[in-house]
Design a protein around this ligand. Structure first.
Ligand SMILES: Cc1ncc(COP(=O)(O)O)c(C=O)c1O
Length: 389
């Protein structure tokens, strides 16, 4: 065992400004977070609608805890399917306007499950270059031929299919609906038409869009007014819905196949019923309180305009994820530290999460923020940047 070699690798990460460590959250209040004894404006959460703290969500989880206790105790197929799991799957299918849906313990596992459950050697998976790590890991684990197209480039995707579609059994195009570190949207209308033309499936990872995009919060398909038939919609319960878990919504045959073949569904304990109950209540709130979504989008408009006015370079301004381009790892982490000192919690994002040379400060907005929070945060940004970031 060469622990020394591990230490060498850790030292190397440090010397390149890539060492990572967790910060402990001590308390949360509205749009603020307490870390290291200090209250800061929280610009690092994907709890877009604030539902993780919504009283109805908390009550639903508590009621399920009282009825069933904490852990599910078994895998779904063995004895771990509770009424909350089934009710949530039915509601997710209705919400996403698909025939059926299946739950996984996390969004990461949902992606692993979908790709490995549907594909094998001899199949083809083609993904956007900036896809989330879980989609890349899933593609690798599936044993299918894995190709990548430049970010958002539908023409290159089509070229890859033209060259490689024949000779492969199934083909799956994989994209995020809203990209988690760039905040921009996939060209879904084009991707849908390419998928049809080449008899490929399209998987849209709507981790950051569920509850947030579209008139009813259904996600990016609703945003682009694309009918959901035949499209595979992955989502997570852990961001806009404020709970924990992942899911796939799609045609019945796909869902039944995953229940029978996806190892991250079969060989793991079912998600706690309280998490499913919380997400189910969150879906009701998404429907009943559209004002949360309106407030969030008003924040996005105000925040992006204000950051540009102080001279910051935004990577995108299409979603509640608003990343500010910096470039070098050291500069990015220095800026994140200065923001922290000033009272703003906004993480620096470095490779390998994003491509080398594109390190950034990722800000994310939620309906828990007030206008005053954002004004205060803006003043901090103005104070710590000279306008040339
Ligand atoms: C695009 C994307 N897909 C999948 C996931 C995984 O979801 P979860 O956090 O529920 O595992 C995340 C975030 O973590 C994500 O950003």
């Amino acid at each position: 065992m060469t622990l020394a070699s591990l230490q060498e690798e850790l030292d190397d990460l440090s010397s390149r400004g890539l060492y990572r460590s967790c910060r402990k959250v001590e308390a949360l209040e509205g749009g603020r977070i307490r870390v290291d004894g200090k209250w800061l404006i929280h610009l690092a959460s994907n709890n877009y609608l604030g539902l993780a703290q919504h009283p109805r969500v908390i009550r639903a989880a508590k009621e399920a805890l009282d009825r069933f206790g904490m852990g599910a105790g078994s895998a779904r197929l063995i004895g771990g399917t509770f009424p909350e799991h089934e009710a949530l799957e039915e509601e997710l299918a209705r919400f996403k306007q698909t025939e059926a849906a299946v739950l996984f313990p996390t969004g990461y596992m949902a992606n692993l499950g979908v790709l490995t459950g549907l594909l094998k050697a001899g199949d083809l998976v083609i993904g956007d270059r900036l896809n989330h790590a879980s989609l890349i890991d899933a593609a690798r684990l599936s044993s299918a031929t894995f190709r990548v197209y430049p970010h958002g480039d539908a023409q290159r995707l089509e070229k890859t299919l033209r060259l490689h579609r024949r000779g492969h059994r199934r083909a799956l195009i994989v994209t995020e609906g809203v990209f988690s570190m760039d905040g921009d949207l996939a060209p879904l209308t084009e991707l849908v038409s390419i998928a049809r033309r080449y008899e490929a499936w399209l998987l849209v990872d709507d981790a950051h869009a569920t509850g947030v995009f579209g008139q009813n919060g259904r996600g990016t398909l609703e945003h682009f007014r694309i009918p959901s038939g035949g499209i595979l919609q992955m989502g997570t319960l852990s961001k806009g819905l404020g709970s924990l878990g992942g899911f796939l919504a799609g045609p019945r045959e796909v869902i039944e196949t995953l229940k029978n073949k996806a190892r991250p569904f079969i060989y793991t304990t079912a998600p706690p019923p309280s998490c499913a109950a919380a997400a189910l209540e969150a879906l009701r709130i998404v429907k009943e309180e559209p004002q949360l979504r309106s407030k969030l989008w008003a924040h996005v408009k105000r925040w992006t305009r204000a950051l540009k006015e102080i001279g910051l370079h935004l990577i995108s301004e299409e979603s509640p994820i608003v990343p500010i381009r910096v470039g070098a790892n050291g500069d990015t982490m220095g800026l994140a530290r200065a923001l922290f000192e000033g009272g703003v919690y906004a993480p620096g994002i470095r490779p390998p999460t994003v491509p080398a040379g594109t390190a950034r400060i990722r800000t994310s907005l939620t309906a828990l923020h007030t206008e005053a929070d954002l004004e205060e945060a803006l003043a901090v940004f103005q104070g710590v940047t000279s306008g040339d970031v």
